[in-house]
Design a protein. Structure first.
Ligand SMILES: NC(=O)c1ccc[n+]([C@@H]2O[C@H](COP(=O)([O-])OP(=O)(O)OC[C@H]3O[C@@H](n4cnc5c(N)ncnc54)[C@H](O)[C@@H]3O)[C@@H](O)[C@H]2O)c1
Length: 327
């Protein structure tokens, strides 16, 4: 891909920092915003930004999506080949406690990103949607043409609403849009609130872990590098086409039961299991499993890193970086 200029929202976060780093390492220009929200420690996001500051083609402004009109680039001559919209309040469980915060950041915030695209006359927008929009559908694997109208958390309905907001923008402005539904992403720099991070930390410290449900719930885990591959393919797909509105699953394609995930971590850390079983938590879906046929067809997406290999790489990174879940 010849040199392009990308606008990346949420660039200080887990996935955003990986996407931005890959783009920068390929010689592209990245303009990023993030409000460094306190959902998890700011230090983690500052560390992510410090990696990106090593590249002279990286430009950052600390803004909320809701205030995007105040950022320097809103009125400047800088133009963007593609907007990669990854900023959001993430996390299912906290969204049940504070739905209004999620509506503000995710729904109002995304409308401001659409307005930004219009103002900047940017033709391409890629959006991070989520497997959670499928809710508790009983037919597996989840494919993009299945019903997605029974969300079981505010987080899920904000993401589904965003897909609809972007359809309206596609219809009205001719914006090329790709909504990528990510399935549980893991790997280095992972959000500390996610189960794998918490489990590794507790197990290393000899403490017991809590499994919600009987351990049979399954998640389709996706290694972050595979997600970045999918995101970059999707940007090429958008920039080489016109009249595009697509929703595409990006998953690992091989769901793992919660109990197997915990067993594997105990095995890799060479510790004896100490598990407390607790009731399922509100908002948690039972299973996720991505049908990735469409991703392969449109983006030549094929996940390369198995759950076990990805876990090894994540544990190695944690050992080198000392990130803890409870700080
Ligand atoms: N990690 C996963 O498993 C997963 C799965 C499905 C979808 N997603 C989606 O992918 C995207 C990235 O997720 P992540 O895991 O990297 O999360 P993250 O929390 O690490 O990154 C999101 C970033 O957005 C920023 N942000 C939040 N609200 C903002 C706002 N109003 N204005 C500006 N910045 C704001 C945060 O400070 C954070 O740095 C999110 O949209 C998330 O919903 C993630």
């Amino acid at each position: 891909m010849t040199e392009k200029t990308f606008f990346v929202t949420g660039c200080a976060g887990f996935i955003g920092s990986h996407v931005a780093e890959r783009l920068l390492s390929q010689g592209h220009n990245v303009y990023g915003i993030d409000n460094l929200d306190p959902f998890y420690p700011r230090k983690v996001k500052e560390d992510n930004l410090n990696i990106l500051y090593n590249y002279s083609r990286f430009h950052f402004e600390k803004y909320s999506l809701e205030d995007i009109r105040s950022c320097t680039w809103y009125n400047s001559n800088t133009t963007f080949d593609c907007i990669i919209h990854l900023a959001a309040r993430a996390g299912v469980r906290p969204s049940i406690e504070r739905p209004s915060d999620y509506i503000k950041s995710n729904i109002l915030g995304t409308q401001e990103v659409i307005n930004f695209a219009e103002k900047k006359q940017c033709e391409n927008l890629l959006f991070a949607s989520s497997s959670s929009i499928y809710g508790n559908l009983s037919t597996l694997p989840f494919s993009e043409d299945m019903e997605a109208s029974k969300p079981i958390s505010p987080y899920a309905y904000t993401k589904r609403t965003n897909e609809l907001q972007l359809y309206e923008a596609h219809h009205r402005m001719g914006l090329n849009v790709c909504c990528l539904r990510f399935f549980t992403v893991f790997g280095p720099r992972q959000r500390p609130d996610l189960a794998i991070c918490k489990f590794i930390d507790l197990i290393k410290r000899g403490q017991s872990i809590s499994l919600y449900g009987d351990g049979s719930t399954k998640r389709d885990y996706t290694f972050v590098e595979d997600i970045v591959d999918g995101v970059l393919s999707a940007t090429k797909f958008l920039m080489n086409g016109s009249g595009i509105y697509e929703i595409i699953n990006l998953g690992g394609g091989k769901p793992i039961a919660l109990s197997n995930m915990a067993d594997l971590i105990y095995e890799k850390l060479d510790k004896a299991p100490k598990i407390e079983y607790r009731p399922m938590q509100e908002g948690d879906v039972n299973f996720t499993h991505a049908d990735i046929t469409k991703a392969f067809k449109l983006l030549q997406y094929q996940p390369k890193v198995s759950f076990s290999a990805g876990l090894d790489r994540y544990i190695e990174w944690l050992n080198e970086n000392g990130q803890r879940a409870d700080f």
